[in-house]
Design a protein around this ligand. Sequence first.
Ligand code: NAI
Length: 255
Amino acid sequence: MTPAADVTGKRILITGGASGIGAASALLLASRGAKVVIGDLAEELGQQVAQQGQEAGHLVMFKKVDVTSGDEVRELFAFAMQALGGLDVVINNAGVDHMPAPMHELRDEDFDRNIAVNLKGVWHCMRAAITCMAPNGGGHVINVASIAGLRSAPVLSAYSASKHGVIGLTKTAAIEYAKANIRFNAVCPSFIDTPMVQNTLAKLDERGQQSIVKASPLRRLGRVEEVSSAIAWLASGESSFMNGHAFTLDGGMMA
Ligand code: NAI
């Protein structure tokens, strides 16, 4: 059997870890020996994920955060630094989508929210991660972007703009902070079966649902564990020469 990517003892902070890809990643990393702090707006769900990890004998903690607030993000990082004794890996995964709409019908609040959470929220966390990691020998920041950050996403223009921005931040930071030994990479999933996507599917008719489910050449949604296992590999030492990269997990959609 091939051994799993080794994250034993890694001190990891993950945002948006109360649900979907973030919850699966937090629990997988903890099950492989990482020490994990989850930051999320959803307090009850986040506590439940932490408890699930603890009941399995792993170190998983939860702290409430709204990533749109620079102050709350600073508090989250201060908590994680104290609780874990440092940070080796930060996974910026918290995100939202919006009601699908052609660009001229998109509501201001949807545009603003997507930029505030998906783009400025990631920048808040990158800034805090750099501040923690630079004086301590470096680290690895993994941003969860999307294939919508690499190509068009009709009726999801604000989401697409926010995710293109995340990839811009990732690549720029990779060059700026290489000297400080901090690496930055992004993962770009296509449609993954999470509450976010189920929520979108619920708003569509049968034809719209099928167009999402069958968008990938594999003709299915991705599974959260298919993203979390890639994140675990990135979080391990095995990704050590990867920097400034945005790689797809899309069943071949971008091929
Ligand atoms: P999800 O909705 O299951 O989880 C998102 C988490 O982010 C939730 O726990 C939510 O409470 C948290 N969150 C939202 N706003 C927040 C805020 N202001 N502060 C702190 N936490 C906040 O969604 P899913 O699908 O697991 O998405 C995770 C990431 O993956 C997102 O960045 C999303 O854009 C990205 N992604 C998801 C895809 C999919 O098909 N599910 C495809 C490509 C990217």
